[in-house]
Write a protein that binds this ligand. Structure first.
Ligand SMILES: *[C@@H]1O[C@H](CO)[C@@H](O)[C@H](O)[C@H]1NC(C)=O
Ligand SMILES: *[C@@H]1O[C@H](CO)[C@@H](O)[C@H](O)[C@H]1NC(C)=O
Ligand SMILES: *[C@@H]1O[C@H](CO)[C@@H](O)[C@H](O)[C@H]1NC(C)=O
Ligand SMILES: *[C@@H]1O[C@H](CO)[C@@H](O)[C@H](O)[C@H]1NC(C)=O
Ligand SMILES: *[C@@H]1O[C@H](CO)[C@@H](O)[C@H](O)[C@H]1NC(C)=O
Ligand SMILES: *[C@@H]1O[C@H](CO)[C@@H](O)[C@H](O)[C@H]1NC(C)=O
Ligand SMILES: *[C@@H]1O[C@H](CO)[C@@H](O)[C@H](O)[C@H]1NC(C)=O
Ligand SMILES: *[C@@H]1O[C@H](CO)[C@@H](O)[C@H](O)[C@H]1NC(C)=O
Length: 355
């Protein structure tokens, strides 16, 4: 006779096994476009050449650029400029495309062209914005609609030849970014680990999100957490612990932390994640924060926990003229802190399942 307890135990074990086998199938593809070789970078990410993904376009080199940025694939003949990458049907992915012109064609004329994923407009790429730096990258989060995801660059102006430098696709946990409706995508506008020494990505972030650092004006100071270990296991969007170890704060509770949104003048729907973790053990309970949009409270009170993280999301249509402020509440005896933020534009998905 099988007791109910035994049956329950078997079901639990099977579920654990299933989630394990799912984990091992996850997508983590890093393509060094235009390259014929594989390389492993300092983050232990294995980059592969793009030969297996595309038969069209021309491979070019920029010998002076660092690895990954020193090759690209250009598409002077227009069509067939799509990469098709195997994914699990319906999984939530993060795709990242990077562009470095580097005057590969000796024309000193950085092109402008469009970027698409799965038939959706993603971004207008203006490569002259990356003339001296290697940081022109675009990120999108979306649910896949088949067993491949298609990423394309398309020409939109005469003599502006589209190209691509690198392409990455990573699986996310389906529980992440759960306020995103399946028929929408998230286009990254900014992701920052405040107070961090350097930008954070894989292997610190298992999903290889890139958390950049930023320095504020003279009144903003960075603070380091005294916590030996910050528990992130219950935080819904799985931020890396490394991004929670530091924060920014203001000199006193009369000063607020103001985050500038670099977005268009017209209103756009945004998905904003904010992360708070108390930096001093004694401060727990003494700090109380409110989030304001245009001087109106939209969320609070937030009492950052020591040794763990409180995540707060905001879904709201905002414009460039809007301010996002982190304010000490009247009953707080300490100034506000902020550890990390993610800002995305919410974009409806096209109904097409392919290009
Ligand atoms: C997805 O996230 C949930 C909640 O954080 C966690 O229980 C689960 O193990 C995660 N799954 C994978 C495949 O990482
Ligand atoms: C690099 O990744 C491989 C597997 O992809 C792993 O076996 C190895 O331990 C990693 N090395 C470091 C330094 O993380
Ligand atoms: C690409 O362009 C060539 C030449 O114009 C044409 O023959 C071919 O049909 C095009 N392919 C697609 C998929 O549009
Ligand atoms: C650009 O100029 C360099 C140096 O003269 C040359 O080696 C390279 O082949 C040229 N590239 C193209 C695409 O014309
Ligand atoms: C592209 O970027 C350059 C440099 O920032 C700028 O001068 C130019 O106006 C931009 N072009 C478009 C169409 O946005
Ligand atoms: C992907 O899906 C298509 C259509 O459903 C199917 O024909 C094809 O065999 C699938 N490919 C793989 C690798 O599963
Ligand atoms: C997305 O789905 C929601 C409900 O699931 C629906 O209300 C909304 O109209 C859909 N939006 C688009 C752009 O299809
Ligand atoms: C998708 O299809 C639905 C119903 O046909 C339509 O209402 C919606 O506007 C479409 N969404 C997009 C982004 O084209």
């Amino acid at each position: 006779m099988t007791s109910p307890q035994n049956t329950l135990l078997v079901a639990t074990t099977l579920l654990l096994f299933l989630s394990f086998s799912k984990l091992s199938l996850t997508t983590f593809v890093s393509i060094d476009c235009g390259s014929y070789e594989s390389t492993i970078d300092t983050n232990n990410i294995t980059w592969i050449g793009d030969g297996a993904y595309i038969q069209f376009g021309e491979s070019h080199q920029i010998p002076s650029a660092p690895s990954i940025f020193n090759t690209l694939r250009a598409f002077p003949y227009g069509n067939e400029s799509c990469y098709s990458i195997e994914v699990e049907n319906g999984e939530k992915v993060l795709s990242r495309a990077t562009f470095f012109y580097g005057n590969y064609d000796n024309k000193s004329s950085p092109p402008i062209f469009d970027l698409h994923f799965d038939g959706n407009f993603w971004a207008s790429v203006n490569t002259s914005m990356a003339s001296s730096e290697y940081n022109l990258d675009y990120e999108a989060i979306y649910a896949t609609k088949g067993n491949t995801t298609n990423i394309c660059v398309t020409q939109k102006m005469p003599n502006h030849v589209p190209f691509i430098t690198s392409l990455e696709v990573r699986s996310l946990n389906s529980t992440m970014y759960s306020q995103l409706e399946p028929n929408h995508s998230l286009i990254l506008l900014g992701r920052y680990a405040f107070g961090a020494d350097k930008s954070i990505r894989y292997p610190d972030d298992a999903y290889d999100r890139i958390w950049k650092t930023v320095s504020g004006d003279g009144l903003i100071s960075r603070v380091k957490s005294d916590a030996f270990n910050i528990d992130i296991s219950t935080v819904i969007d799985n931020p890396p612990q490394a991004a929670m170890n530091n924060a920014v704060t203001t000199p006193d509770k009369d000063h607020q932390i103001l985050y500038h949104l670099f977005i268009p003048h017209k209103e756009v729907p945004l998905y904003i994640n904010t992360y708070f973790s108390e930096v001093t053990k004694d401060a727990a309970g003494a700090r109380s924060i409110e989030i304001h949009v245009d001087s109106n409270p939209v969320y609070g009170p937030i009492a950052p926990p020591f040794g763990s993280v409180e995540e707060v999301y905001i879904k709201k249509s905002l414009s460039q003229d809007t301010s996002l402020a982190f304010v000490a509440r009247p009953d707080s005896t300490l100034p506000p802190i902020l550890n990390a933020i993610e800002v995305y534009q919410i974009q409806p998905l096209a109904n097409a399942t392919d290009t």
